[in-house]
Ligand binder design. Structure first.
Ligand SMILES: Cc1cc2nc3c(=O)[nH]c(=O)nc-3n(C[C@H](O)[C@H](O)[C@H](O)COP(=O)(O)O)c2cc1C
Length: 281
């Protein structure tokens, strides 16, 4: 039996992210069990940027990250839904992704795991970069995105009152262990991303895989000739392994420059800080 993990970034119980994932689950033709995980339910602290997890066995922060990592690595597929908060994915998703150096330890089990991404937004066209955030998460864990879409609905549960949303959930359920469905329209030929920064009159940067290239009109349709750059995070398994090695190599760079770095930090140690009140005992 397949094990599907639904990751809900919304803190809202029985909200649109949750009920939509459940509806997708009901449409998966393969025999499966759907396990659900609401990021907000867990004690998940912010990444401290100490990089210790790259060298030691586990993250130095004592919180619930291991429960989430175990749930991810035990899954056969992942469905991720995040709500839009002020034009981007809410902070739960970024908080979990920020702990992503830990994902390198479970890379083997995540590699090419089928996934579905949902960017939930309350107002049509006001999803901002939520889908980019959802896709970034699914790419960084090296999953195989079978389908990812923006879905509109505002009131809790409202998503399933729409016929077209239910149909989309049906399509997503079938896509998870099936062929998948690419987004139509202009996209990065390397990663399928559809968010770009236009650097100058003929250069664009794909905001998903961070590769750049030229763009042109092809029979009235915008086409991107994005080319593989030097340092890629997830375009191939090799890229992900090399990025992990590159991160570990930074330790040596740090050691080589330690005295000049120390000097810069010493020169900048003063500051007029606003401090939080001391904790109540
Ligand atoms: C703080 C906050 C900010 C929001 N900002 C946006 C927004 O910028 N654009 C938008 O389309 N919807 C926005 N919404 C609406 C939610 O994305 C929408 O209600 C969604 O269905 C919530 O999913 P949930 O029910 O799973 O929590 C916002 C909601 C909240 C609570």
């Amino acid at each position: 039996m397949k094990r599907v993990l639904g990751i809900i970034a919304s803190p809202r119980k029985l909200g649109n992210c949750e009920v939509f994932i459940k509806e997708i689950g009901r449409n998966i033709p393969q025999e499966h069990e759907l396990k659900l995980l609401r990021i907000h339910d867990f004690n998940l602290q912010e990444c401290r940027g100490c990089y210790q997890c790259l060298y030691g066995e586990k993250c130095v922060i004592r919180d619930d990250i291991k429960i989430i990592l175990d749930a991810m690595s035990e899954a056969d597929a992942i469905i991720l839904a995040a709500p839009t908060y002020f034009l981007g994915p809410n902070s739960s998703l970024k908080n979990l992704l920020d702990r992503g150096l830990n994902f390198y330890r479970i890379q083997e089990s995540l590699y090419r795991m089928p996934s579905i991404g949902i960017a939930m937004a309350g107002i049509e066209g006001k999803e901002g970069y939520t889908l980019l955030g959802v896709n970034s998460f699914l790419k960084i864990i090296m999953s195989d995105i079978k389908m990812s879409r923006v879905v509109y609905s505002a009131l809790p549960g409202e998503v399933l009152l729409s016929e077209s949303n239910r149909a989309l959930a049906g399509e997503m359920g079938k896509a998870l262990f099936g062929q998948g469905s690419v987004n139509h329209g202009p996209a990065c030929p390397l990663c399928g991303g559809d968010s770009f920064r236009f650097i100058d009159a003929n250069m664009a940067l794909c905001l998903l895989c961070s590769s750049r290239g030229s763009y042109r009109m092809n029979n009235g349709v915008l086409a991107f000739d994005i080319v593989r750059g030097e340092h890629n995070l997830f375009l191939s398994r090799d890229d992900a392994v090399k990025h992990g090695e590159w991160l570990r190599m930074m330790k040596q760079r740090f050691i080589n420059q330690i005295s000049s770095l120390k000097q810069v930090r010493e020169d900048n140690k003063d500051g007029d800080w606003i401090k939080p009140p001391p904790p109540i005992k």
